[in-house]
Ligand binder design. Sequence first.
Ligand code: AMP
Ligand code: MG
Length: 423
Amino acid sequence: MVSAAASSSLLSYEEAAAVVDAYMSGLTGNPLHSERVSLANAWGRVLAQDLRADREQPPFTRSTRDGYACRAREASAHGFLARAGASRAGDAPAGPLAAGAAWEIMTGAPVPEGADCVVMVEHVETVDGKVRLLPPRNIQPGDNLVPLGAQARAGDKILARGSTIDAQQIALAATCGYPELEVYKRPRVAILATGDELVPVEAKPTGGQIRNSNAPMLAAMVTAAGGEPVVLARAADHAEALDAALALARDADLLLISGGVSAGKFDLVEPALARLGASFHFTGVKIQPGKPLVFGELPAEKGNAKRCAQLPFFGLPGNPVSSAVTFLLFGAPVVAALGGSTSSCPRFALARLKVASDKHGKPGLTRFLPAHCTFDAEPEVELVPWQGSGDLAALARSNCFLVVPSDAHRLEAGAVVRILLAS
Ligand code: AMP
Ligand code: MG
């Protein structure tokens, strides 16, 4: 850790990411609190329990087609087989199937004992209650059925704690008989926007005022990362206002402060944090936008039974694109980790660059430029024209950020490039 004063050397993006990773690894010993939620309310939450199969999956050998269950060897001889009966989904398993017989079966029905395949109804000829596989088709044992227990055995772990619950996981939990799930409590993330110029969204700005767009943006990003946002009233740019606002944030699990961390005369956030005894992991990263980013911890308050005794904080530069990028890169992973998630975050992907890009400003900074990626046949990414890191209209047209490595001078059209996914 460094003190605010001794922080002149900036970390590279990779070094700063490693610092945040190391911080998150240190969290693993701390207890996480959980709660029970109904399956209907479990979307987006993080599992605090392993899910186990309550019975074999599938619980019976299941037909995957409408057709006839039979023996593959007999069907492939193309002689007529006697239709011995019929099963639809929901019927109890039938059988045993007599030699030389076929059993009419619907998708999802149990395959009768003795049958080893299902011929599709489209591939047979039926005459007088008898059925045969039309030549020249053949069929193999195992075709068009899923054997009992092939997906999971009773008691198998089918989903690990730490998994984020999406629609697929809800379906799995439902099929295994979980009407409720134990999930981790969402970390409470205090959001404090600072700046004399800021007015609430409902207000009509006058003179040099602007609306506070970072607080609602960050609240949405915190929710998406699995946290519970707690938006505080904006703080003015003077010491007393910041002290009072910071005092209100102390019982959060994470504190996000927007604005006031650059080198300007009214950038008073670091001194305010230092007055509370903050230790700073870093105070600046060689990235653009977002260079003034600050990461540190405030000491524990007495009688506070939170997951982390210390309160981690990020001081995000106030320009909206800087706030968005630095939260995605560094804040979101911490929110996810505080919420017990084991999913990888931030999320990067590869895409093909549509148009060459060469206006990369100062070398030595890793850049994250607003871009738009289409995910049709192959991901294709294009920079969004922008007027710098205050350009909210450009930000709203983007769905990712093009990663320009610190040593890149030009990225050629058609090159495969990295993008940081915005959601
Ligand atoms: P700062 O990081 O405080 O120097 O602010 C940098 C720029 O971001 C300034 O133009 C601010 O007006 C703007 N800004 C700061 N906070 C916010 C906010 N909460 N919403 C929108 N813009 C902001
Ligand atoms: Mg400011």
